[in-house]
Each structure stands twice: as structure tokens, then as C-alpha cells.
Design a protein around this ligand. Structure first.
Ligand SMILES: Cc1cc2nc3c(=O)[nH]c(=O)nc-3n(C[C@H](O)[C@H](O)[C@H](O)COP(=O)(O)O)c2cc1C
Length: 258
């Protein structure tokens, strides 16, 4: 985590119910004189103690915003969710229609609230808007240069036409997801895709652009990417200019129940 946060227990409000103690994943809370006591401040600051307390006695300092109180249970409709997942397609044709900054912020918000390993919250986002053709141009040049070499061992590469919009397909925005931990970044990207789709947007995970960014120092320099920043994926986003009418068939799941 970037900031120092202190977990505080308001002893006047704490009722010593032990809910926080019993839920703490690192056994960092004891009950003393019928009050919760935080053993040490060097924990992962997951916030379970804050979120489970029935009297709001536990708080964490150093955040810009207070916790959001739940006034109802937020659940997803399983059938709707599964059909949304099944009907999703990679979108490679986009309408010439802007994505508002409010929607972009909500997509990033869904990434921000995605769990990260050790609660590191070390996933960051680079939004490429109007200027993205500048970066695409560099990537296109690089791909055109390496295509003859790649074609030697990749049969499919020969058939691919690398036009000027090869990476971003004229989509209005692309969001690069950057982090050291690939799993945390991928989970954030997955939630972001779902969020984007809930706004009627289509998504292309651009593995090609991602691999150019991670391997071409010139492009990294242009994007001002630090040496530690690994781009996990690039989400190319916009309103789809294509309609799919049925699911694509998939292989049966390889599952073992033991
Ligand atoms: C990590 C990842 C990287 C991908 N990279 C590209 C890409 O660079 N260009 C592209 O056209 N499609 C890319 N795809 C899309 C896949 O080809 C696509 O998901 C697959 O063919 C299945 O099609 P569907 O997503 O429409 O179900 C990528 C998908 C994933 C998950």
C-alpha cells in the first residue's frame, strides 16, 4: 500500500463483541478488558475489522473517503451474469462515439476495488485517449519490421495485415493495466471489462500492444513507463459497431472433482 494507515479502535464505542478478532485473517486483534486491541500496525490493512464492526468503533486513518455503508445486500443475478459472460465477444469494430470521463472513472473504480495479493493495491492504469495514435504508430512500425521474421515460424502471421489501426481498431480509448503482480492486474482487468460491458461498451484485450509495450524501450519511454512497471494487459474500449447473435461454442470444461 502506498500510504501509511493506522487502525484505530474507539474504546468508547467498542462493545467487545469479538467479531473483528474472529474475522482478522492474520490474528492481529485481541480482546482486552472487553475491548478490541490491535496487536500491531504492520498488518496488510485489509479492512475486515473496519467493515465488520457493528458499532463503527474501528476506523483506518489516511483515506480520502469514508467507507460506504450498505443499506441493502448487493447481489448479482446468476443467470444474467452467466449469460453476460457467455454472450461477450472480443470487439474489433467500434463506433465513432466517445466514452464519457464518468464511465472511464467507473471502469477504473471497478479495478481499484478488485482484490490484490497481500492487499498491495499496486495496480495502476494509463488511459490512452486522443493521443493514442502516436503510440500506435510506434507499435505499428515495430510490428511491420518484425513481421517477416515472425512469419518464419508463425504461419498465421503471414496472413495478417498490419494497417495503421492494427492495435486500437479506431476505438476511442485504451487502458493499460500496470503492475508487478500479474494475477492482481489480470483480476482488475477482468472486473474492468465486466464494468465496461455493463455500460454497453465492447472490449478487446490487446495482447499485441501489451507485448510491444513490454519489449520496446522506445515506446516505454514515450509512455513514461518506469522499469518496474509491467503492463499486464491493454483494454481497448468503445461502443461496438458489430452485433453477435449467438454464443460461440467452447470446449467442455476440463474438471476433476476429488
Ligand atoms: C490476454 C488476451 C490477449 C488478446 N490479444 C489480442 C490481440 O492482441 N488482438 C486480437 O485481435 N485479439 C486478442 N485477443 C482476443 C482473443 O483472440 C479472443 O479472446 C479469442 O479469439 C476468443 O474470442 P472471443 O473473445 O470473441 O470469445 C486477446 C485475448 C486475450 C484474453
Amino acid at each position: 500500500m502506498k500510504e501509511q494507515h493506522i487502525i484505530e479502535v474507539n474504546k468508547d464505542i467498542c462493545i467487545g463483541c469479538s467479531l473483528c478478532k474472529n474475522d482478522c485473517p492474520v490474528n492481529n486483534i485481541i480482546i482486552k478488558d472487553k475491548k478490541s486491541v490491535i496487536k500491531n500496525q504492520d498488518c496488510i490493512k485489509c479492512g475486515h475489522c473496519v467493515t465488520i464492526c457493528p458499532t463503527k468503533a474501528i476506523t483506518m486513518t489516511g483515506f480520502d473517503e469514508p467507507p460506504i455503508e450498505f443499506t441493502k445486500q448487493h447481489t448479482l443475478d446468476s443467470n444474467e451474469l452467466l449469460m453476460a459472460i457467455k454472450s461477450r465477444r472480443t470487439i474489433r469494430k467500434f463506433k465513432n462515439k466517445e466514452v464519457t470521463s464518468e464511465i472511464i472513472e467507473q471502469i477504473i473504480e471497478s479495478g481499484r476495488f478488485t482484490p490484490s495479493a497481500k492487499n498491495a493495491q499496486d495496480v495502476s492504469y494509463i488511459v490512452l485517449g486522443d493521443d493514442k495514435s502516436k503510440y500506435e504508430e510506434i507499435a505499428v512500425k515495430f510490428f511491420r519490421r518484425i513481421k517477416p521474421i515472425v512469419s518464419l515460424w508463425m504461419k498465421d502471421a503471414k496472413e495478417v495485415t498490419i494497417d495503421d489501426n492494427f492495435f486500437f481498431k479506431k476505438a476511442p480509448i485504451a487502458i493499460m493495466v500496470v503492475t508487478k503482480d500479474k494475477i492482481s492486474g489480470s483480476l482488475a482487468a477482468s472486473n474492468m471489462s465486466l464494468m465496461a460491458e455493463s455500460y454497453g461498451l465492447g472490449v478487446l484485450y490487446s495482447g499485441f500492444f501489451t507485448s510491444v509495450v513490454n519489449n520496446l524501450p522506445k515506446l516505454r519511454k514515450h509512455l513514461n513507463l518506469k522499469s518496474k512497471g509491467h503492463v499486464v494487459t491493454t483494454l481497448v474500449l468503445g461502443y461496438p459497431d458489430v452485433k453477435y447473435r449467438r454464443t460461440a461454442q467452447k470446449e467442455i470444461a476440463n474438471v476433476r472433482y476429488l
